[in-house]
Design a protein around this ligand. Structure first.
Ligand code: 5GP
Ligand code: MN
Length: 343
């Protein structure tokens, strides 16, 4: 991590009495929570007693074992407390997002906040509304960046087992268990160092991936059988879930996490999507392979964004109309062999 980016933040962190807020994006994933908690534990350990972490809404149950997760303030449930913490913060660390809008209901309050905003993130094209920007698109995860940030601020030796568990959880989830976004020796060097600290990587993997409820497993079955559509001639597959499907399988936060990836496991498929019917809109996730840029697809057609190979968005229409719009978009694009999305 570039030292010239860390130096000004180091100066800001010279006074231990500063009030620090850590915030991540709505519908947080393993990287959002893992990076937030790793930074939280690091700051507490180095004497910043007035540090709090806010998540705009609840995180999935498979992250609840993470040390310190019970201390995370939930923006939607503890709105008054969140407002107070946002208002009084001297420094605001924004992790794993590139646009304050990604904090949804907290966005207005964060924009108005007097605290100095420090972005640490690996999404492309961060918005200009941060005071300090530490952005590294090549990083596997924000958690990997937090590892480098901690090393830059102090030294590797300050990283204990608790911090290591949070970082490992973030890296393992954002790389789909080391299957994408991690063709970089540095990611593996960092992971090797975390394992050397005595964390049980195999057990962390089980805690994240092998704790499905029976309902969640059966919902996955539905996604992969009757609710999967394959457009072979367009190298595209998509899955859809209606509100009644979710109800039938007693949907819980996080139950559809990772489902979108399965489309890419079909031979010849380069673009995968999932459409989930929510009260307010249709939530969409995209995944792609190689040069195909779903960040552009999500940004240009589905009010969203993300990374080149993993992005999301939403659409305000019925499930049927959203899918129809998606199909016609893909058919038009693929006439040019996805050229519009290449690059
Ligand atoms: P997921 O599909 O797992 O929800 O998200 C994949 C990636 O896309 C993540 O990096 C996430 O931050 C980003 N993403 C998901 N939904 C949205 C959205 O509505 N807007 C933007 N800008 N990014 C999103
Ligand atoms: Mn991330």
């Amino acid at each position: 991590m570039n030292k010239t980016l860390i130096e000004p933040v180091k100066k800001l962190l010279s006074d231990k009495s500063k009030k620090i807020l850590i915030v991540s994006h709505v519908n947080p994933d393993g990287d959002a929570i893992g990076s937030s908690l790793a930074l939280f534990h690091f700051l507490k350990k180095t004497g910043f007693e007035n540090t709090v972490s806010i998540s705009p809404n609840a995180f999935p149950s498979f992250l609840q074992w993470l040390p310190g997760s019970e201390e995370i303030i939930l923006g939607n449930k503890q709105s008054a407390l969140s407002s107070e913490k946002i208002k009084e913060a001297d420094l605001i660390f924004c992790l794993d997002f590139n646009d304050v809008e990604r904090t949804e209901d907290l966005a207005n309050r964060l924009r108005k906040a007097r605290g100095i905003k420090i972005l640490i993130d690996h999404h492309p094209d961060p918005k200009p509304h941060f005071d300090h920007v530490i952005s590294q698109v090549s990083a596997s995860s924000t958690s990997e960046m937090i590892y480098e940030f901690i090393v830059g601020m102090e030294s590797e030796s300050i990283i204990d087992k608790i911090i290591a568990e949070c970082l490992y959880a973030g890296i393992v989830t954002d790389t789909g268990s080391f299957s994408y976004g991690c063709n970089n020796p540095r990611t593996y060097e960092i992971v090797a160092n975390l394992i050397s600290l005595g964390i049980d990587g195999e057990n962390i993997h089980r805690l994240i991936y092998d704790t499905y409820s029976e309902h969640r497993m059966r919902l996955l079955g539905l996604c992969l059988s009757s609710n999967l559509v394959v457009m072979h001639e367009h190298s595209t597959a998509y899955i859809f879930l209606s509100a009644s499907d979710l109800k039938k399988f007693n949907y819980q936060e996080g139950d559809t996490e990772g489902v979108v990836n399965y489309g890419l496991s079909i031979k010849g498929i380069r673009l995968s999507a999932i459409f989930i019917e929510r009260k307010e809109n249709i939530k969409i996730s995209f995944r792609s392979e190689g040069n195909l840029n779903v960040n552009n697809l999500a940004r240009d057609y589905f009010n969203g964004g993300g990374h080149k190979n993993a992005a999301g968005g939403n659409f305000k229409d019925t499930l049927e109309n959203t899918i129809r719009y998606f199909e016609s978009t893909i058919k038009n694009l693929s006439r040019e062999e996805f050229r519009a999305l290449e690059g």
